[in-house]
Design a protein around this ligand. Sequence first.
Ligand code: NG1
Ligand code: ZN
Length: 534
Amino acid sequence: MSNPVADAARKHPPPEGHVYTYGTAGFRTKADVLDSVLTRVGLIAALRSRKLGGRYVGVMITASHNPPQDNGVKLVEPMGDMLEESWEAISTEMANQTSPEAVSEYYQCVAEEQKIDLSKPANVIVARDTRASGARLLGCLVDGLKAAGAEYRDFGFLTTPQLHYMVRCFNTADTPDAYGVPTEAGYYEKFSAAFKKAMGSNKPNGGLTVDCANGVGGPKLNELIKYLHVTETGLEISVVNDNVVKPEALNVDCGADYVKTNQRAPPTSKTGPGDRCCSLDGDADRVVYYFKDDQNVFRLLDGDRIATLVASFFGDLVRTSGLADQIKIGVVQTAYANGAATDYVEKNLRLPVTCTPTGVKYLHHAAQKLDIGVYFEANGHGTAIFSHSTLNAIKNYKPKSPSEAENLEILRACIDLINQAVGDALSDFLLVEVVLAHKRWGPQEWLATYTDLPNRLLKVLVSDRTIFKTTDAERKLTSPEGVQGQIDKEVQKFRQGRSFARASGTEDAVRVYAEAATKAEAEDLARKVAEIVK
Ligand code: NG1
Ligand code: ZN
């Protein structure tokens, strides 16, 4: 009897002895060991869609900010959320089946356990970033999708957030919650129209340079710019590092991760003092801002800064539109948020802060509990989301004065400007531009809101990172025994010291973060803690 699932698995056998894990960013590793994983992800995507009654699920092939020779794949739920946790485990188990027969058996077993009717339709939307390995991996994925009898649409190159957008659009089409037109043009039209409305009569102060990490964000931003009409909005954007013809240049000496980790501008940067710059990562779901001050010193405005800027703006808008007693705003951060940012939100903005483990899905879930949840990782990954009742309150509110009406219009436009499916670097930087224009702020005024505590992030190679277990939103180690005690002892010796260590979910390493009163102390504390975990 023919067995297309086993046949597909046979065509793409796994390398011997490799163990795969569906981590915080899906499967991610060297591209040359991913063929078998992609085929199996095709099978899982079909199962997941069938489990959800044939709703569209997404598959994105990307390794984000990681080096050009890496790649990865992640699944997207119908509303654009990250894959449900129990299915992460199913995906991991599927990826680690070795023989074709075992793959086919496991496929049947999931169908049975999950009560999935395999004869029902499955719908999958696929896209990839610009990595050289993407085309080959797409082929492997399609073999899995076809073997499972799924209908699929391949959107070619998209940013990760564009793929999330498409998935949400397809699933909400012809409903009152219709998210947008599920085409690339639909995406550009939606966000550019919202940007123009949110800007109102305000004009940006000077141009913006966007570093696209030589990734898929480059061509997509160039496309978006055509819809933004600089003559209308006054936003002059210069796009740099948008070379996708040379895939080996991806994320190399440029991009959001380079800027955040090295705390410096890409070496190719040619901007002058006070010029606003931002950097996207390789799949354009992260953005960080920066500029050179009058002394030519590099100044970073990272994800924490974007969160504080956006939260304070929404706070103002909610108040000035007359909705303050109906809508509460909160900020969600991870342990990597700068202590000064947390302090600023709690003490100056007087908003509650929730701390979650690393990984957007945790932040997203925490933000879903708030009326307006602003969540950003320090590395620039994030967005703001609005609860259903908040959206209704904003939609139905009858303004009591022309000024309330004007602010309400801006608030409504901001909701459309934010990609609520997932953090989106393109939509996020447009929102930042809106806020700066409304506040009539340059980067210097933004920076002046609070002073970051000096900090240092180190990557420590250990023989087995799985022994590092944490609690308290990853801020304390419970294993190996005794290590946390040693860290605490070290931290106490430093003024304004804070440090923690956790196993990375995307790389084979332990990350150590430290902050303290001075740069030298932060570096010293990070090194001491790194010695402890080594
Ligand atoms: P890991 O490798 O688990 O630290 C990194 C980032 C996360 C998140 C994921 C997914 C840091 C310290 N960690 O996770 O914030 O963005 O990658 O891309 O930046
Ligand atoms: Zn990314």
